[in-house]
Design a protein around this ligand. Structure first.
Ligand code: SAH
Ligand code: MG
Length: 437
């Protein structure tokens, strides 16, 4: 079944809203004379809707003395809830931002004709205001929250109930005349509730570990796939669009949160190998062997040497290479490419490991390049952020993007190498020794 319906949770998946939620909670507590609580606590309380969030905050703030069942507690709780909703509604996007690559992902999904929906446990109206302010509202075909009324005018049960997903599917089918089933849908969440909802509905599920939800509880639900941020699914949209999309190693790679090369980038390098006299390849960053295996299969006389720092990925690569019968053609090395001692002359060196170290990798391995060899570097565009840094507000992503820019400058001004840049896949550079005059 091809995946056509992409359904996202809001907080911790689309938006990083921790600080604004925490300050709205604390302003509300203060207003009613309760103690403030730390941000991490508020984050822990998110995921089951606003009432639960506030109740947990009140209990924590009062060391469990707050009694929502007493007459006073009931009345007071309603007042705090009203205050909170009003305050949060008008202060929802002070510090809140989109996660890295989200806008790109939404754009790509729409370009490929997919349906995009939001299913959140926060009020629909607030979610809508936030998405609008962050300039992504137009990408959503439907937004559903606990205050959304269904076809019978009744409020929809919150996640982990599957009701919101069932409603989403019905709505999309009636709106677009499609005949999608749960099998055409995929649910993204950062909390156990999201994965539970997806499982009871019967769709594929993706855990976003970089969100706000408790990671242990999240993973305990055994999501089908797992990423740090939702935008990592972008390179799999085409695969997921096929009838038997998710198979073999890709399946493994997604489950294990292994970054695999974008199809277009891998195609480019494979073509390069086909069209040039390439025999010896050195790869920095094996992951689980996907690209090594692909390159080794191109011709009988090709040999790939590849290095990986992560022992679990290395172990999986060993298995994959063996099961492909390529032991003779691929030398797998477990180690840190910054310190490993590799010998030999290579016609192609493919740099595909930690982006922040690209200059060091280049300097360390360029002496091993054969006279007419090339060094190919991947991910030089980094989801478009290298060209347009405003696509992210995430501090560590910005730092990384700046390092990639520095690497590009290093290549452009290099005395011994000249580099051609290609806008394929996630951005590729092909560097050759300059001709001596
Ligand atoms: N070439 C692979 C994908 C590699 S992903 C493919 O297309 O299928 C990048 C890999 O580089 C990760 O698995 C990561 O663990 C590894 N890596 C990061 N830093 C490294 C280092 N210093 N030495 C060796 N491997 C490294
Ligand atoms: Mg969430």
């Amino acid at each position: 079944m091809s995946i056509e319906l992409y359904i996202f949770d809001c907080d911790g998946v689309i938006i990083n809203s921790a600080e604004d939620i925490a300050s709205a909670v604390n302003v509300s507590l203060k207003e009613f004379g309760y103690w403030q609580i730390p941000l991490e606590k508020v984050v822990e309380f998110v995921g089951d809707g606003t009432e639960k969030l506030l109740l947990r905050a009140l209990k924590f703030s009062t060391k469990n003395k707050f009694d929502e069942n007493s007459a006073y507690g009931k009345e007071n709780f309603q007042k705090i809830l009203d205050f909170y909703l009003k305050y949060y509604y008008s202060h929802a996007v002070e510090k809140t931002s989109l996660y890295a690559g989200i806008k790109e992902l939404l754009r790509a999904l729409k370009e490929k004709g997919k349906k995009v929906c939001l299913l959140t446990n926060k009020p629909e109206k607030i979610a809508e205001v936030i998405l609008k302010k962050l300039d992504v509202l137009e990408y959503f075909d439907l937004i559903t929250g606990p205050d959304t009324l269904d076809e019978n005018g009744e409020k929809i049960q919150k996640k982990p109930a599957p009701d919101g997903l069932e409603y989403t599917l019905r709505k999309i089918n009636s709106k677009f005349g499609t005949k999608f089933t749960a099998k055409n849908a995929i649910m993204f969440g950062d909390s156990a509730q999201d994965i539970q909802a997806g499982k009871s509905f019967g769709c594929k599920t993706v855990a976003c570990r970089g969100g706000l939800g408790n990671k242990g509880l999240l993973m305990a639900e055994k999501p089908d796939f797992c990423f740090s941020v939702a935008s990592e699914i972008e390179k799999f949209i085409d695969i997921l669009s096929k009838d038997d999309g998710v198979t073999g190693m890709e399946k493994y790679a997604m489950k294990n949160e292994v970054p695999v090369l974008q199809d277009a980038g891998s195609d480019f390098i494979a073509d390069y190998i086909k069209n040039h006299e390439i025999k010896n390849i050195l790869e920095i960053g094996t992951a689980i062997g996907t690209s090594s295996i692909r390159f080794a299969k191109i011709r009988d006389n090709i040999h790939v040497t590849t290095i990986e720092i992560d022992s679990a990925r290395y172990a999986q690569a060993v298995k994959n290479v063996e099961s492909e019968g390529l032991k003779e053609k691929i030398t797998l090395i477990l180690g840190d490419a910054l310190t490993a001692e590799i010998k030999g002359k290579f016609d192609l060196i493919f740099i595909d490991a930690a982006k922040a170290q690209y200059i060091n990798f280049f300097n360390r391995y360029s002496p091993l390049l054969a006279e007419k060899g090339v060094i190919i570097s991947d991910n030089l565009s980094f989801h478009g952020m290298v060209e347009d840094l405003s696509l992210t507000h995430n501090y560590s992503t910005i730092k990384l993007v700046k390092k990639i820019r520095k690497y590009i400058d290093f290549l452009k001004t290099n005395e011994n190498f000249e580099t051609e840049f290609f806008k394929v896949g996630d951005g590729i550079g092909v560097s050759r020794r300059k001709k001596l005059h």
